[in-house]
Design a protein. Structure first.
Length: 451
């Protein structure tokens, strides 16, 4: 990594300020020749002028120098805070390239930090998660991993496995020093505890995944039940057309909304009913397709009308075994619906009216609660586990379980050694084996440029 890299660290658009990052062996030379600062004080803001190769002043900037070993990348770095005019930023970037810098690849600054031992792979991934967090909880979890919570847990597991590995290997090398029944039981107990911890981490991965993706929430129900009105009220915009004529919504409309702890994609769909109109029929078919992939279904019915037969004749089959809420709309009108004995009787329910703001807020709170009901309480999560990490944990778990079986059978105890070695290696992949270039290239390519 001898090349000096440069990138814009802020969005390439007009703003008050823009930041350019530089990392590599040319930094001190650039401090002197472009900023007129031959001996910059590390980590101190220097107000100066940026001068081009042609000796033109391109901008008044604030330059901060970070010395090797004490910077984000572990190399000499500098950050230039310029006026946020895209033309100014482009001029400075081009000048730095003309001086010998190379435009950084996506995630290359973080990659260099990883390669230079400033962070491990879980922390590198946490940086990407922090930038791309879709809600406050995802932000909190990313910060926990950036602090090294997952790294510490993996290191503890590796150390414990290594201890069991060394005890077994000592017995194989010196068979006259028998492990003994008590020692063997202790090793098995320790490995079983590791299995429990691995399983817990895998489960954490399943439960925290909900914070890192958009969850599909689908409004379904008969025509004129008020789905579009509820949709508009939740998102705060008049996106869906509202009309008394049944079948107004012919296709689905969706909108992304952040409810604080979760990020949802809310769908307003065509009212489900028996129809001979081909276009409306296609819209209803798409509704059923959305139901299949939904994380939560809001079944909307008009409580001022009798119970709609289409629920039990059509909608019921689509929402069976799906996470659902029965939304009894138009609570400001006289109640004429009777759900006793119906399929929806046991479904969680709420009464709302679009004329009552509190009922809409109660509905959004219930949506959040339903989506998070399989997750643990907030304080239980002090780290998150992504899919790559979870796959490595699952494989490590299998190897530990195989090792336990081999230890229980004294004749095959030596076969536990390669299983334990493989589990240690797999856990090492989580925090980052620096020799796996293909995996690292793929992972860091998903980062933004300038990070």
């Amino acid at each position: 990594m001898t090349e000096t890299i440069v990138a814009l660290a802020t969005p390439n658009s007009q703003s008050a300020l823009g930041i350019i990052r530089v990392s590599g062996r040319m930094v001190l030379e650039l401090c002197e020749k472009s900023c007129g600062l031959p001996y910059p004080t590390p980590r101190r803001a220097h107000l100066t002028k940026y001068t081009s190769l042609e000796q033109n002043i391109l901008d008044q900037v604030i330059m901060v120098y970070y010395e090797k070993g004490r910077s984000f990348t572990g190399e000499n770095c500098m950050e230039l805070t310029c006026h946020g005019n895209p033309i100014v930023l482009e001029e400075i970037l081009n000048d730095l390239i003309n001086r010998g810098c190379r435009l950084a690849n996506p995630g290359e600054f973080t990659y260099r930090a990883f390669q230079n031992g400033k962070i491990d792979l879980t922390q590198a991934e946490a940086i990407a998660d922090l930038i791309g967090a879709k809600n406050k909880k995802a932000l909190t979890l990313a910060n926990k991993n950036l602090e090294g919570n997952l790294s510490k847990k993996i290191e503890e597991l590796q150390t414990t496995i290594l201890k069991q590995h060394s005890d077994i290997e000592a017995f194989i090398d010196f068979p006259e020093d028998d492990l003994g029944e008590e020692k063997t039981k202790q090793i098995i107990t320790n490995l079983q505890e590791i299995c429990l911890e691995l399983s817990r981490l895998i489960e954490v991965g399943k439960k925290t995944a909900i914070f890192n993706r958009k969850l599909r929430v689908v409004l379904v129900g008969p025509p004129n039940a008020g789905k579009s009105s509820i949709f508009n009220k939740i998102i705060g915009l008049d996106r869906a057309i509202i009309d008394q004529e049944p079948g107004t919504t012919r296709d689905f409309i969706d909108y992304n909304i952040n409810l604080g702890k979760v990020n949802i994609q809310l769908y307003d769909t065509a009212g489900i009913r028996e129809t001979n109109q081909e276009i409306e029929r296609q819209g209803i078919d798409r509704t059923y397709e959305l139901i299949k992939d939904a994380d939560l279904i809001l079944v909307v019915v008009d409580r001022s009308l009798p119970y709609p037969s289409i629920i039990d004749h059509g909608i019921k089959n689509g929402i069976k075994n799906k996470n659902s809420i029965l939304v009894l709309n138009k609570s400001d009108l006289q109640n004429k619906i009777n759900i006793t004995g119906s399929y929806l009787e046991k479904v969680p329910k709420t009464e709302i009216s679009i004329t009552k703001e509190k009922s809409i807020q109660d509905l959004t709170n219930q949506i959040t609660s339903c989506l998070l009901e399989d997750s643990l309480v907030d304080n239980e999560f002090n780290l998150s586990v992504n899919l790559r990490q979870s796959n490595a944990l699952s494989k490590a778990l299998i190897y530990i379980q195989n090792a336990i079986q081999n230890i229980k059978t004294e004749e095959t105890i030596e076969f536990a050694i390669p299983d334990l070695k493989e589990s240690i290696s797999l856990l090492g992949e989580i925090v980052g084996n620096k020799d796996n270039e293909d995996m690292l290239d793929l992972l860091f390519s998903n980062f933004c440029i300038g990070k």
